[in-house]
Write a protein that binds this ligand. Structure first.
Ligand SMILES: NC(=O)c1ccc[n+]([C@@H]2O[C@H](COP(=O)([O-])OP(=O)(O)OC[C@H]3O[C@@H](n4cnc5c(N)ncnc54)[C@H](O)[C@@H]3O)[C@@H](O)[C@H]2O)c1
Ligand SMILES: [Zn+2]
Length: 381
């Protein structure tokens, strides 16, 4: 027998930037990012969510003007690849296939860039395509929803759906850079803006009590999408997610613990039960409410804390009672979540606003009672 133990480590390093007006000719952020890979000119394929273009009809002109202005560093590959926005881009293989085709017809290689401008779904699908074509083309993400800027677009995962199974195919792949432009949120429908705030409440509740207090105090300003409040909420939420990926010791999720999945075990199921009528963030808000009610029922958070969680979620615009809760089979949903984690149940519960613990057992009778209370709007407050 002969065994060679192969061990090596690799450092990942990518900037996550927050700015406004990134495609104005005098803004050098994008060029600064590109030139991290040398002076160029770098070939860049723009990949654009069609709903973002509808909401920002000048986007292509802006991009072309920008490329003209910075021609010594940036060469745009024309025409841009347009992608249908939303979950269809992950469910229909057509979108990913078109990306692969463009890499062939335009001779896009591992040194070229894909610049993906879109919501979390388009970023997931095109991130998957970019990670698998040539085993990885450089990816710059420009997330255009609140959820994509504070969570989905800043991490290390991508995925597409396969035969109705959400996120079944995917890779862990770091982007070259993430460029969050707050101005792109201006065209986002209100419902999507609210939905993205659930992840901020989630990460605050498990990690940062001070941030939770801030969200509670700022709930009216957030409900009115006041830019200063929205920007702080997005940056702090992104920071906490990035910190987790950087410091958890498990950036590529090889273990069972998923603290960032607080409120998510039933959220995925509620999304399915609602026939995708519920947005991911809306389902997460309900999931946070359910697991907060359960944390309260087992005595690990007090009544004023529970009341503040409810006030924050409802205050920013979520509605927490939904008919899908009626159809939720708690036992089945927990079982599916356990399988998803790889065999061992690991549910995050609250010990305080800002402090969480992992448990491997849920009392079904208590959870059922919490589900009923949420559905019937009968909180123990
Ligand atoms: N990879 C990850 O780590 C991760 C994490 C969380 C969620 N996700 C995935 O993210 C997806 C959800 O992303 P989302 O919440 O951003 O929704 P989305 O991408 O589905 O976008 C919602 C809708 O808004 C449109 N849109 C996007 N930006 C717009 C803009 N600026 N103006 C006008 N319309 C715009 C989209 O075309 C779409 O129709 C899900 O598929 C989920 O699985 C991935
Ligand atoms: Zn989520």
């Amino acid at each position: 027998m002969r065994q060679i133990n192969q061990t090596f480590t690799m450092t990942y390093d990518f900037p996550v930037c927050f700015d406004r007006g990134t495609l104005k000719p005098d803004n050098t952020l994008l060029v600064d990012i590109l030139t991290r890979a040398g002076d160029g000119p770098h070939r860049v394929l723009p990949v654009i969510d069609d709903e973002v273009l509808k909401g920002n009809p000048d986007l292509l002109t802006q991009l072309r003007e920008y490329a003209k202005h910075h021609g010594e560093h940036l060469s745009l590959i024309e025409p841009p690849l347009m992608v249908r926005g939303g979950e269809i881009s992950k469910s229909d293989p057509k979108e990913v296939d078109e990306f692969y085709q463009r890499t062939q017809t335009d001779r896009i290689d591992r040194h070229s860039f894909a610049l993906v401008i879109g919501g979390g779904a388009v970023i997931d699908a095109m991130g998957y395509a970019a990670a698998t074509a040539h085993r990885g083309i450089r990816l710059i993400r420009m997330p255009t929803t609140v959820l994509a800027q504070n969570d989905a677009g800043i991490g290390v995962k991508n995925a597409i759906n396969y035969r109705g199974r959400k996120n079944y195919l995917g890779t862990f792949a770091t982007p070259f850079a993430v460029l969050n432009d707050f101005e792109l949120l201006d065209s986002l429908p209100e419902r999507e803006r609210v939905a993205g705030m659930a992840e901020a409440v989630k990460v605050a509740l498990i990690r940062d009590g001070e941030f939770f207090n801030w969200l509670y105090e700022a709930r009216d300003r957030l409900a009115a999408f006041e830019p200063e409040a929205m920007e702080y909420m997005i940056i702090r939420c992104a920071e906490l997610h990035l910190e987790h990926i950087r410091t958890s010791g498990d950036p590529f999720e090889q273990g069972s613990a998923r603290p960032l999945d607080f409120g998510h075990w039933c959220a995925h199921r509620l999304e399915e039960l609602s026939g995708s009528e519920l947005r991911h963030g809306e389902a997460v808000a309900i999931g946070i409410a359910l697991d907060s009610l359960y944390s309260h029922a087992r005595g690990s958070i007090d009544t004023p804390t529970l009341a503040r969680i409810r006030a924050t979620l409802e205050g920013v615009g979520f509605s927490l009672s939904h008919p899908a809760l009626d159809a939720l089979d708690v036992e089945l949903a927990l079982q599916e979540f356990r399988e998803h984690l790889g065999g061992r149940l690991c549910i995050t519960l609250l010990l305080a606003a800002g402090k969480a613990e992992e448990v491997d057992h849920i009392d079904l009778a208590i959870m059922q009672d919490c589900r009923r209370r949420l559905l019937e709007d009968a909180w123990p407050l």
